[in-house]
Design a binder for this molecule. Sequence first.
Ligand SMILES: [Zn+2]
Length: 196
Amino acid sequence: MSTAAQDTGQISDGYHTFDELYRYRMLYHAWAVKAWQQAGWPVMKSHRHHDGQLCFGGGWFIVTAQLPSGQVSNHYRDLYWHLFDCPAVDCAPEWDGHTPQQAADRIEKTLRNPTQKLWKGQTVLCTWPGCGKSLVLSDQWLVDVLNELAPGIMFVVGNPPATSWICVSGKGFYCPKHWHLDPDDEHWELGPREES
Ligand SMILES: [Zn+2]
């Protein structure tokens, strides 16, 4: 560590030094990682970034979480590796470009609304009994839309309609075979039903 970095670490606002605040951030984060995984949101740690390069040239690792509100990540020195109780991976997920400000906003958003249960990269199953087809939610904008739907509202996922799924908020997802875009003689309502 350079002399300048040591000096910065000892700078205090009268209550805490930078070193203390960074340590607090790391410790609270390590606890948060436990709760996030219990909520079902993926967290992983890696010594390497997505491109295979060692974080900051080595001696550091990155912790990446996929919250319902989006990706958040932080770097820490290797001596704290074992405090983060999450899967270790060869390379971290690709950074989505989030800034520290955006990461903080995402953490607050999920904290304010923890009932949002969908997240980017999640695999969901068709709700129809015995179907078993699965769909990966690959877009953050889509996840954001689905998490905001009022109960009972239907949302078509993907294009064209022939291969689209629907999400019925509060009920789940239905594959193309198990929902209908148009009512017919036997079915007056749009929504989930087995193809005749
Ligand atoms: Zn199905």
